[in-house]
Design a protein around this ligand. Structure first.
Ligand code: G4P
Ligand code: NA
Ligand code: NA
Length: 190
C-alpha cells in the first residue's frame, strides 16, 4: 500500500530494539483517511472470504479494525486486556506474552460477541512475534468460530509471527512488510 509506505517513510522513526515508532498516524495520533484506505484494502482482499465479524485487540488494533468493519459492513469486536486472569464463565480468554514489553497480559472477549456461526477476520496494527494474533486465534477457536483471514497493517518479516501463521495455513495479508530496521533505517521487504 503506497500511502502506508509513504507514511512510514515520512513519519516513522526507528527506536533501539528494532521498534518502529509510528505514533503520528497509528499508535497515538490517528490519520483517519489513511485508516480508511487501510480498511478498504483489507475489505477488498477478504471480500470473498465469507467473513461475518472483525476481531482485534485493544488499543492500537481498534482504528484499523473499525475502518475495516465499516468497509465490509460488519461488526467489530476488540478483545480487552487485563493484567490478571479473568476467571468468569461468560468470557473466552487467552494469555499473551509481549516480548517488546516483557510482560504477560490476558485478553478476553465476552461470549455473547462470538459464536460458532462466525467466520472471523483478525486485524492488528503490528505483527512481530505473533503472540497477540495467536491469542485472538485461541479465542476464536474457543468460541467454535473459524478464522477466515488475518489482516496486518505493518509486519516485521524479520520476526517469526508471519512465517508461523502462514505455515499454519492462515491467509495473512500485511499491507506493509518490513524486512529490516537495522541501523535505524526502514527497509521494506518488497
Ligand atoms: P506480537 O504482538 O506480534 O506478539 O509482538 P510483540 O509481543 O513483540 O509486541 C507487543 C506489543 O508491541 C504489541 O502491542 C505490538 O503491536 C507492539 N509492537 C511490536 N513491534 C512493534 C514495533 O516495531 N512498533 C510498534 N509501534 N509496536 C510494536 P500491544 O502491547 O498490544 O499494545 P497496543 O499498542 O495495541 O496497546
Ligand atoms: Na501496538
Ligand atoms: Na496491537
Amino acid at each position: 500500500m503506497d500511502a502506508l509506505k509513504h507514511a512510514i517513510e515520512t513519519n516513522g522513526t526507528v527506536l533501539p530494539g528494532n521498534i518502529l515508532k509510528v505514533n503520528s498516524f497509528l499508535n497515538h495520533q490517528i490519520d483517519p483517511e489513511l485508516m480508511q484506505q487501510i480498511g478498504q484494502s483489507f475489505a477488498d482482499y477478504f471480500q470473498k472470504a465469507g467473513i461475518t465479524k472483525v476481531l482485534t485487540v485493544e488499543a492500537s488494533g481498534i482504528a484499523p479494525a473499525v475502518l475495516t468493519g465499516l468497509a465490509m459492513h460488519l461488526p467489530v469486536v476488540f478483545a480487552r486486556k487485563s493484567k490478571s486472569l479473568v476467571v468468569k464463565d461468560d468470557v473466552y480468554s487467552a494469555k499473551v506474552y509481549s516480548y517488546t514489553k516483557n510482560t504477560s497480559n490476558h485478553i478476553y472477549v465476552e461470549k455473547q460477541f462470538l459464536d460458532n456461526t462466525d467466520r472471523v477476520l483478525i486485524i492488528d496494527d503490528f505483527l512481530a512475534n505473533g503472540e497477540a494474533t495467536k491469542g485472538l486465534i485461541k479465542i476464536t477457536k474457543a468460541a467454535g468460530a473459524t478464522v477466515g483471514g488475518i489482516g496486518i497493517v505493518i509486519e516485521k518479516t524479520f520476526q517469526p509471527g508471519g512465517a508461523y501463521l502462514r505455515d499454519h495455513d492462515y491467509d495473512v495479508l500485511s499491507l506493509a512488510k518490513i524486512a529490516s530496521l537495522d541501523n535505524q533505517k526502514v527497509t521494506f521487504a518488497d
